[in-house]
Structure formats: structure tokens, C-alpha cells
Design a binder for this molecule. Sequence first.
Ligand SMILES: [Mn+2]
Length: 342
Amino acid sequence: MKILLTSDIHDNLVAVERMRAQETNQFDAVIIAGDIGSYKAQEIFDVFSSFECPVLYVYGNWDHKLEYDTSFGANCHHLHLNPFSLGDIAFVGFSGCTASWGRNPFAIHLRQEIDGQHPGIVSELSAARSHQDQVTSVIEAEYASALEELMASSRRKPSRAKIAVLDEQRRVKLYAVGDEVARLKNSEAFSRYENDLSGVTVAAQNLNRTALADLLKGTNRQVSRTVVVTHDRLSKTQEGFSGVPVFLFGHRHGFNETNFQGAQYVNVSVLDNRLLLRSRAVADARRRREFKNLNTGNYGVMEWTQQLGFTFRRVDLEIYPSWQDEWEVEEDFRKQGAPFLA
Ligand SMILES: [Mn+2]
């Protein structure tokens, strides 16, 4: 049995496409250990689905906007407290991450309970935030039309000074709108509310853990042939997960395999790893250079045989062989949204 392991994609569809281009349909399953990305999830699942095998996944902190019951395709299976068997091997896991539980059902329930104990501050905050949203969109619309008017009325390019005046007016208005929310956040009631909320992270982690451990106990599944998938590494696995041979996780970017008390802990990968490149040649008359991102991520392959048990290896994304002819690495700054070298 051969399984493709990925995680920490962070909406980087181009990296997924590059991974797909260097692999053939030779896998029995694909596993994604979370951080798919809340904005490109469907496109990413479409690429994984083209392997024509089950795509098993859990959510991480980057997936906080994704619903737990969304279907991304007939082959896609959310492993959240929802086991999947493939031949002799069972895969189980839970979604969410201590960094952000997002729409995790246990975390939502806990937050609702705490909201119910602080009705005053919760409703005041919600009113202040929705007022802030409304007024903010008015300010932005006014700014956009003032800018447009300035552009239209200037014979050449409008002066930087005139644009700066509009920018400053916008900044002052936006700052004033945030006042009420800031005042509420400084209140006693808010700090009591926040203090109660701070327990949700640990409580949600414990509830998810316990539910998963109960699931393992309640079935006739052979624990020695069970693979546990979570976004961050599961700790204290002697409690409730004793006998499980493999724990897969991501979140801590990189590929790493360790053996601890008889179990293998595999940090699956970081598929979304980038190197910012600047062109060696200048791009225009003002001697500016062009910037692109190079995908330098990795993924993994897990194999299981009766004789050898589980084995793991890391695979790097193939890099354009001659990229250094035209590009050099830019180390001094990060550039948001630079296109990928393709
Ligand atoms: Mn993460």
C-alpha cells in the first residue's frame, strides 16, 4: 500500500499542481494533514481528486473558514472523528488545531456556552462591530469615489500631495470608527469574557482527543494497524492511543520522522515553501527588477507492507533546472503576491 502525504498547502494551488505533474496515479490514498487553505480548497481538492483514489484530510488553522460537512468530491473524505478503512489499515483523526479551532464543533459549542454567560458584553461588541463594518464600507466607498474624481479632474497624473490628503482623511475616519470597539475591549466585562474564552483552546483539544480515543476503543479495529492524522502533533499518546503505530501531522513546517515509545511520528511536509526571486535583468527604463516566487516545498510517501510495516520518505518538488540563469534569490524582503515562476 502506497500513500501520498501532504500538508501545509496554504492556498498554494501552483505548488499542488507541480506536485501533481511529477507524480502518476500510483497511490492507494492521499492524506492531507491540514492547512489546505480557506480560499482555494475546492481547486486544490480537484487536483488531488485526479489521482483517482480516496483523498483523506483533516483541517488546520488555515482552514478556519471551511465547514466540516462540505463535500469536495466523491473521493474526498473528512477524517474528523470519521474513520476510513483501506485494506488492512484504518485511518482516523480530528480537525482543528490549537492555533485556531475555526469551525470545530466542540470549540463552537464551548464558545457559545461562554457567550451565554456574558450576554451584555457579547451583544454590545456585536452591535459595535456591525456598526463599525457598516460605517467602514461607507468610508471606503467615499474614498474610492473621491480618488476617482481626483483622477478624472486632473489633466495629467494627480499630485502625490492631493492623494495624501485623501489618504489622511480616510485614516482619521477609520480610526474614529474603531473607537467604540476599542473602548469595549478596555472594559472589565471584556477582560472577564476573554479570560473565560482563553480556556476554550485546551478544553476543545481535550474533547476532540477523548472523542477520538473513544472511537478507537469502541471498534474492533486492530489498533496496531491504525494511522492517526491531526494537524499539530498529538502529545501524551500513551493515554488513549497506546498501540497506535503511526501519527501523521503537519503545522511544524518541514519533513521529520521520529520514533518515540514504539510509535512513529511523522511531520508530513510543508508543500507551501517559497523562495523570492529577483530578475537578474532590469525590467524597464526605471531599472526596476521583476519578482517571482519559486516553489521549494516537499511532500512525503508512506508505504505499508506486511513484511516491513510502515516506511516513509520525503520527496522534494522538482525545481526548474536553469532558473539561476535569469533569477537570483532576494533575501532582504518578502513580496506579497509575487507570481510563481512557471
Ligand atoms: Mn498550521
